[in-house]
Each structure stands twice: as C-alpha cells, then as structure tokens.
Write a protein that binds this ligand. Structure first.
Ligand code: NAP
Length: 296
C-alpha cells in the first residue's frame, strides 16, 4: 500500500454525561464498534451548562456525532432545584443543538416518558400531546423543544424507567432492600416499561451506524406494561429471594414530584425506521442482574 495514501478518519462520537448509567453502557460497547472513534466525557470533563467551555471544546474537537447522556435526573430534588434542572435539561440542550447545527455534528438527545401526564390508556406515540407534571419532566420537555428549534436535524429518543448495573436505579435499590429489609412495599398503580440502559446504548449505536439519518422524536423502551410492584417481584424472583413484597398505592408513598400513572411508550416508529430491536423486559432484566456484583 502506498504509505502516502490518505487514511479516512473514523467518525468521532462524543458522549457527554459519560459517567451515568447510559454513558457507562455506551463505554461497555466501545470495543464492539471499532468503526467509531469515541470520546467519553464526564461532568467533570465537560459540564454542559458551562456554555463557553462547550463551545471551545467543539471548536477544538469537531465531533461528527454527539450523544447527550448528561442530564439532571434527580426527579424529586428537581422540585426544589428548578433553576439548575432547567439549566442542564433545557438551556444547555439548546446550546448543544445550536453548536451541532453550526458544526454539522449529528445530535442524539435523550428524553423521558415524564413529558406525558400519564392520563393515557394506550401506549404513547411520539405525536401524543405532552403535559409534564413535574419540574424534571417540564425541563426535559423544554430541552426537546430547544433541541428541535436550534437543530431540526437532531434525533430525540424518549425512554422510560432506565436501569443498569451502573449508577443508581430501581433495580439496584430493590436488590439492596431485599438484603436489608424483612418486607417491602412497592407502588402498584404506576404503569410503564423498563429500559435496560445496555439495550438503549445498542439502539443508539445502531441508529448512528445506519445508512439513513431520519431526524425526529423516537420512543425506546423494552417490552412490557408493568408496575413498579411487578418489576420488584420479578427482581426478587430472579434473585430467588423470599422477602415478601406488597403492592401499595402512590398515595401511600408520597414523593416531592408527581409521576405519570401510565407512561408505556409505543416503540413502533424506532423499529420501523431503524430496525432497532425491542428486547423483552424480563430477558433484559435477567441479563442486567447477571452483571450486578452484589446479590440479595
Ligand atoms: N434514569 C431514568 O430512569 C430515566 C428515565 C427516562 C429518561 N432518562 C433520561 O436518559 C438519559 C440518561 O439517563 P441516566 O439514567 O444515564 O442518568 P444518570 O445515570 O443520572 O446520568 C446522568 C449523567 O449526567 C451527568 N451530568 C449531570 N449534570 C451534568 C452537567 N451539567 N454536565 C455534564 N454532565 C452532567 C451526571 O454526572 P454525575 O455522575 O457527576 O452526577 C451523570 O453522570 C437522561 O437524559 C435522562 O433524563 C432517564
């Protein structure tokens, strides 16, 4: 081969919020996707609400793709930290979108089922009206709108009930409580679909490696229409735990933020557009538990 022949550089994929659940699952997949040059940035590496730093970083690195996994995700705390939640989940997303548009960087942003009010009775499609009931949901909804305003070519993925062997989540909380408590009470009147962050990470990489880029909003979750109680029972069963679990109502477990009573997402669009597989929630849960380093 001619030594002077130009080598085509690999597409550079920037991942912000890389120390969160989704960011860490993307890191796990790095070796399996050698066609991309990944750059994983934690909050310390690139705080997305420091706009000047973000501008400088993009001007120096010129990424081809941005996967924004950074978010203010403390749903209850957001009720008392409204300004910070909006700064990270909305304002910063608008800035990222504007920079991506200007630099021809393809932008994938992650949003939430909490943009819906939960009064629905069939899986929510991407076109259903949004009416968030919490500061977190409202800040994420504004983030979606700013992303679409400043970069209409972006892709927004709404997901729900995310868990992983990394970070803090419902699955790990239940595993811990099964070890610590003689009995558990879990909310049984909120319906949704869990999402294993490893599956979502794979879906995102399938989208950026697909030959067609079709902007817009897409739903993604595992299969399932379950309650937190059903989810807890499944975790306990897979752990062969005999700790009794009872279902309770949302009223019996008051939280600062209101959560949708129903937030199952219709995932037809993402499968039809990108051929992304939607995995069975129980199989994904079993896979995740096999990676959790502690057991109940
Ligand atoms: N978790 C869920 O159940 C759920 C459900 C629906 C949608 N989502 C959405 O899915 C996406 C990924 O969520 P996740 O579960 O992976 O969240 P996560 O585990 O909380 O990770 C979020 C990451 O963002 C980082 N971060 C926070 N503020 C930042 C800032 N200003 N600049 C840069 N990084 C910042 C956090 O840093 P630190 O590690 O330093 O805190 C954390 O590593 C988010 O957009 C979230 O809204 C999550």
């Amino acid at each position: 081969m001619n030594a002077s022949a130009a080598v085509t550089p690999k597409p550079k994929v920037l991942v912000t919020g890389a120390n969160g659940q989704l960011g860490k699952e993307l890191r796990q997949l790095e070796k399996a996707w050698p066609q991309f040059d990944f750059l994983f940035l934690s909050r310390e590496d690139l705080p997305i609400h420091h706009f000047e730093l973000v501008r400088q970083f993009f001007a120096a690195e010129h990424p081809d793709y941005l996967i924004n996994c950074a978010a203010y995700t403390a749903v209850d705390k957001a009720e008392s930290e409204k300004e910070l939640a909006y700064q990270i989940n909305a304002e910063a997303v608008g800035v990222l979108a504007a920079i991506c548009k200007q630099q021809h960087c393809r932008f994938i942003h992650i949003s939430t089922d909490y943009v819906f009010d939960g009064s629905g009775q069939r899986p929510y499609t991407e076109e259903d009206p949004c009416s968030p009931q919490s500061i977190y949901g409202a800040s994420k909804y504004q983030g979606e709108q700013l992303a679409l305003k400043y970069d209409p070519g972006c892709i927004i993925i709404r997901t729900s009930w995310v868990y992983s062997s990394f970070g803090k989540n419902f699955v790990k909380t239940i595993l811990r409580l099964l070890k610590e408590k003689p009995a558990l009470s879990v909310v049984n009147d909120q319906q949704g679909s869990p999402t294993y962050a490893a599956d979502l990470a794979e879906a995102i990489l399938l989208i950026i490696s697909s030959t067609s880029w079709k902007p817009g909003i897409y739903n993604y979750s595992n299969t399932g229409n379950i309650t937190w109680y059903t989810f807890a029972l499944a975790i306990a069963a897979l752990q062969q735990s005999s700790v009794p679990i009872q279902g309770i109502s949302t009223d019996q477990y008051p939280t600062a933020a209101r959560r949708p009573a129903y937030s199952v997402l219709d995932t037809t669009k993402i499968t039809e557009t990108f051929g992304v597989p939607i995995r069975d929630w129980k199989e994904s849960l079993a896979r995740c538990l096999s990676f959790c380093t502690f057991s109940a």
